[in-house]
Design a protein. Structure first.
Length: 317
């Protein structure tokens, strides 16, 4: 299922004005919660994922698709190009697929980027690179606090042709970026390049998200979250975040990127088509062999009965 058309992510800008252009400090108030006009339906996993940056046949067919670029209608209404520099869809378009099971959140990002640039050797500041800030938050029903945010960062293919991961965690309203493996050690990540397409597969345990947010939740159907991909984009090497040649696509932030109450919705839903989580179990669709055999028996029996009736009529004559 294809959900909308285009988008790009956000970015913060240099360690003071870059960590985020609208930084949230301890004690600062967030704007009131807004019901999202767009909610991504995150389907339950039926196909196993190997986080290697290579999409195997059917591996992500059980997930809904969200394509984000400058032509995405949701982005046009609720997002922004932070920095003001627009990148056309022909130059940058990012596709997401997400799914879940009781243990993990699964994320696929496929970034078509005509000018892919990496400046750093860490993903702590993805806004200084062609990187991703995946803004995610627990929605327990009331107003969402800053401490309910969980923000994975990544650069799909780093300078050593390996994925770089990091994140931002919150305590007492303050966000701290870290690439310490203590934060990411339970993740599974794989990134790969194929022409102008950069594919990232990421598996994050729900237990990690719970350990770094304050509102309790259960990974089950109808559980609600908020999210907005923030996609940083550099036009040339060495460009400073916030300067000329830098832009950041904030998919759905209503001009308030640091406030999860303004983000798009994300709801955990049942498997697409009611599929089973057991990959060895064939789907319930298709033909029923026993039903077919039974139908044939009935047809043959009916034909035999008709033949008998005809023969009896001939003898009666």
């Amino acid at each position: 299922m294809k959900i909308f058309g285009g988008i790009i992510m956000k970015k913060a800008v240099s360690l003071l004005s870059a960590v985020t252009l609208t930084a949230v400090f301890a004690g600062s108030a967030l704007a009131a919660k807004v019901t999202p006009e767009y909610t991504y339906e995150c389907a339950k996993l039926t196909k196993a994922v190997t986080a290697d940056g290579k999409v195997d046949a059917g591996e992500w067919d059980d997930a809904n698709e969200l394509v984000i670029n400058n032509d995405n209608e949701v982005f046009k209404k609720h997002g922004q190009w932070q920095g003001g520099n627009v990148t056309e869809t022909s130059e940058l378009s990012v596709t997401y697929k997400l799914k879940w099971d009781e243990n993990n959140l699964y994320i696929l990002e496929q970034r078509m980027d005509k000018h892919y640039i990496v400046n750093d050797t860490s993903a702590k500041a993805p806004w200084n690179n062609d990187g991703t800030l995946f803004f995610f938050a627990v929605d327990g029903g009331g107003d969402i606090t800053v401490n309910d945010r969980y923000n994975p960062f990544w650069i799909t293919v780093g300078k050593e042709n390996k994925p770089l991961v990091a994140g931002r965690y919150y305590k007492d309203g303050n966000g701290t970026e870290t690439d310490d493996t203590a934060y990411t050690k339970n993740w599974k990540a794989g990134g790969a390049k194929d022409g102008d397409v950069y594919t990232m597969e990421l598996i994050i345990p729900w237990s990690d998200i719970k350990a770094n947010t304050i509102t309790d939740f259960t990974a089950a159907e109808v559980a609600n979250f908020r999210f907005t991909p923030i996609i940083a984009n550099m036009s040339e090497t060495g460009v400073a975040a916030g300067g000329a040649g830098w832009s950041q696509l904030n998919f759905y932030d209503n001009k308030d990127a640091e406030n999860p109450n303004q983000w798009a919705g994300l709801k955990l839903v049942a498997a697409i088509g009611g599929g089973s989580n057991n990959n060895d179990t064939p789907p319930a669709t298709g033909y029923d062999a026993f039903g077919v055999i039974a139908a044939l028996v009935i047809v043959i029996a009916s034909a035999g009965l008709c033949g008998t009736v005809v023969l009896m009529k001939k003898k009666a004559r």
